[in-house]
Design a protein around this ligand. Sequence first.
Ligand code: ADP
Ligand code: ASP
Ligand code: MG
Length: 411
Amino acid sequence: MALVVKKFGGSSVATTEKILAVAQRILSEKNSDDKIVVVVSAMGKTTDNLLTLASDIDSEPYKADYLRELDMLLTTGEQVSIALLAMAFKKLGHPAISLTGAQVGMKTNSVHTKGRILDIKPKRVHEELNRGNIVVVAGFQGADSLGDPVTLGRGGSDTSAVALAGALKADECEIFTDVDGVYSADPRIVKSARKMKEITYFEMLEMARLGAGVMQPRSVEMGQFFNIPIHVRSTFTKDSGTIIREDYTVEEKDFEIRGVAHDTKVAKISVLGVPNSPGIAHTLFQSLADANIDVDMIVQSIRNIDRDINDIVFTIALHDLPEAKKVIAVVSEKINAITVLFEEDMAKVSIVGAGMLGSPGVAARMFGALARADVNIDIISTSEISVSCLVKGSQVTEAVNSIHDEFFPDK
Ligand code: ADP
Ligand code: ASP
Ligand code: MG
């Protein structure tokens, strides 16, 4: 007997036919005594469509004042798909029950639209499994201490699934999606991208953080925390996919670079001409932190030694830009900035790999690949196992392909 958590993303349940096909597949692969929990996302582009409705009310739906209502709206998407999938199981002759995030005991903080799971008490899930039900759970959502719905950030159903697998001490967590595994780059933009058999939590977390949308970063953290192997695989084929786990088996160990990630949802903010004195950066970034805005790449440079002023340039997620503009309008006066520039057409391209530790020249090869593609580098940042470059958004495809060709030449 195994307890397995299986997550199906939006494209896997985009139509009622697909929902029936998912139920059919699960039943055909299930041993009679297996306990199955299925986590689902909203159907197809439902979440985007709900956001469009919100934008019809106000073109800036992510204003702080709306976030609770946005969560109330967005969580309806997953409620539709769980109900339909539970009905599909019943139609095919297997008992099933749909449960929301709150009903499975998914406790979150109250940071609406960017919630974090604080605790899971899946008593109800165990009870329903023991009654013989397949339990169908709404991904992407939990509830805070008031019982209000809170969503876990875009792509959050991955995190729901892995966290639930951890809390249930499941034997396996499978992420079914529209690609058959994790690739060396997004296969939608790099035709020669290679599928990996395995990748470590450490490297997958960095890939995800840097934009590889196949897994939400927090889901990988959860996998590592609970030490649950995550199997990323295709909804539409039976082939095995990629296992995300603590360490590699021997034959996959020798890569300098595991993959190239990119993120086009980046905005660049340049706060120009601030005094070169203690406390300026603190005031600026604290005001963004107070508004729950994550700051990513940061560069500070002395512009003019005679006048002793600095420029501070940094990046944030594009969807935080409207709120950031408001925060900066206030703080830039406080810190006497001469001017502030906002740029939306930016992208971050990154190489990731634990093998680059102690391999000199990896960054130079990346910069060479960008130069060959005639891509200018705006900002560079590094971590222990990654190098990232901010480039023009319109050049992201050339940038990623040129870097990928450099590190993964055709055999
Ligand atoms: P789901 O709706 O199933 O959660 P997502 O669209 O969130 O699916 O994630 C799957 C997509 O992630 C793929 O279609 C692919 O374009 C994208 N992706 C980005 N980087 C990678 C990568 N390195 N490997 C595989 N897929 C990737
Ligand atoms: N439906 C949510 C989204 O589109 C969550 C998910 O798909 O994981 O972001
Ligand atoms: Mg996803």
